[in-house]
Ligand binder design. Sequence first.
Ligand SMILES: [Zn+2]
Length: 157
Amino acid sequence: MIQQLRKIKRELVKSGYPELRFSPRPIYISMSTLDEETAATFGNDTPGYDIITVDHFVDTISLEARVGLIAHELAHCVIDRRRGQHWGAIMDFLYPNSKTIKRYEENSADRMTVERGYGKCLLQFKQEVGEEGYGLTNTEILRMIESGRYPLYSVRV
Ligand SMILES: [Zn+2]
């Protein structure tokens, strides 16, 4: 499955996240066992590369939901790279301890995922996983999709 996730990532970068395409800092994908409510994490604290870690349970969700999940993690990457190092470090420090920061970060990543055209995939992910978490609610995502202001993409792998 990791091969498929890597393919999804490559396709997403090509079609939805062009600013990541020619970046000298690679984004790797790995699989691990994360804590119960976490499907994936985005890590930027390694020198030389960023890493998206995906929990093994992602094996059991649909392709569309996987696309939604990876698109969301790539949005974290874009948001993170737009920040200066200093501000990035502050946010990394605050994130685990502040519900407000978590909500802000997850909302921003979800919003970007929809804006980049992967709203349906993100909604599919949220519906399959069934937890609302800190990001946008399913209703909010649906409202954004139905506004017709954003493209609707999927990924063929
Ligand atoms: Zn997130």
